[in-house]
Design a protein around this ligand. Structure first.
Ligand SMILES: NC(=O)c1ccc[n+]([C@@H]2O[C@H](COP(=O)([O-])OP(=O)(O)OC[C@H]3O[C@@H](n4cnc5c(N)ncnc54)[C@H](OP(=O)(O)O)[C@@H]3O)[C@@H](O)[C@H]2O)c1
Length: 283
């Protein structure tokens, strides 16, 4: 957008979306959010809150009136309904910024796990709209570590894949790139791969969070079966657990990229910073 128009944020109550809203407001942009329950949405003053549901594309029309660019995340585990959602977006907006995932490979007929499969479907649907598009491909979110928070005080973190190396990214850095993608023209037609500043094993992430908070923990490696049971017990929906564990080990080592700094001018935040920003959840 060459002039500051109005953006619509979908997924505005989520990990990334809430930062997109806050940072876009900070940039002086008119922001609207589309949420399923406006009564529950906590947004900064001045943000326009409109009810709408991705599962019912017709319900999205009101949220899209006079919108120039849309931040779209996809909360479902299949691409069903994506074309219908994008048809509605296309009738109103000029640009869509889609939150995909690093690891999607559009040259493959079949993606390496069900999560990449729906993101590939969405990426294809987004690029087929004829709209200006930017597709964000972040590596693992640091916010995945919130799964440890409730039991942090026990002093023990139990997880599978302790040696898996991830270049975890703070959700605020994904949002910072999203805001640039919504407002500037330089990223149109690109798929930046976004990472945090360092690649850490799962165990190293636990140690770093403990050090940052002054609440050290011992890391205990568990098997995939126990980790799956732990995820179910923590309330993750069955289909998400299946998809997550189907994707376990997808990357031997996630790379560190320089894209966040190149795009935003700021070095990406560390896992320690992320821990401090989420300290309340761990105490
Ligand atoms: N976690 C990772 O490591 C990782 C890595 C790469 C990509 N991703 C992708 O990032 C996305 C998740 O982003 P996130 O973590 O920011 O989201 P999140 O925290 O899981 O939040 C989900 C958002 O979706 C909204 N939502 C759910 N169902 C909806 C519906 N039917 N209509 C409209 N809104 C709906 C929720 O709003 P309400 O519930 O308030 O209505 C909420 O704002 C996923 O597509 C995931 O595959 C994740």
């Amino acid at each position: 957008m060459t002039q500051l128009g109005r953006i619509l944020v979908i997924g505005a109550t989520g990990h990334v979306g809430r930062h997109v809203v806050a940072q876009a407001v900070g940039a002086g942009v008119k922001v609207r959010v589309m949420v399923r329950d406006p009564g529950k949405a906590l947004v900064p003053p001045g943000v326009d809150v409109v009810r709408g549901d991705l599962a019912d594309p017709a319900s999205m029309e009101a949220s899209l009136l006079h919108v120039d660019a849309v931040f779209l995340m996809w909360p479902f585990l299949t691409g069903d309904g994506a074309t219908e959602v994008l048809d509605v977006i296309k009738r109103h907006a000029a640009r869509v910024v889609y939150l995909s995932a690093a690891g999607v490979d559009l040259d493959l007929d079949r993606q390496r796990n069900p999560i990449f499969e729906f993101h590939a479907a969405l990426e294809r649907a987004v690029t087929a709209t004829g709209l200006e598009w930017v597709i964000l491909r972040p590596y693992s979110f640091a916010s995945n570590n919130l799964g440890w928070a409730a039991r942090w005080r026990t002093g023990v973190v139990r997880a599978a894949g302790g040696a898996e190396v991830r270049s975890v990214i703070h959700e605020a850095d994904i949002a910072a790139v999203a805001v640039r993608a919504l407002l500037d023209d330089g990223l149109i037609g690109t798929r930046p791969e976004l990472s945090g500043p360092e690649a850490l094993t799962t165990e190293e992430q636990a140690v770093a969070i403990g050090e940052a908070l002054g609440l050290p923990v011992r890391f205990e490696e568990i098997g995939q079966a126990e980790a799956r049971e732990q995820a179910v017990a923590a309330g993750y929906p069955d289909d998400l657990v299946e998809a997550l564990f189907d994707g376990a080990g997808t990357f031997a080592v996630q790379p560190v990229t320089s894209r966040v700094e190149e795009i935003t001018g700021q070095a990406p935040r560390s896992i320690r910073q992320w821990a401090l920003d989420h300290a309340e959840a761990f105490r």
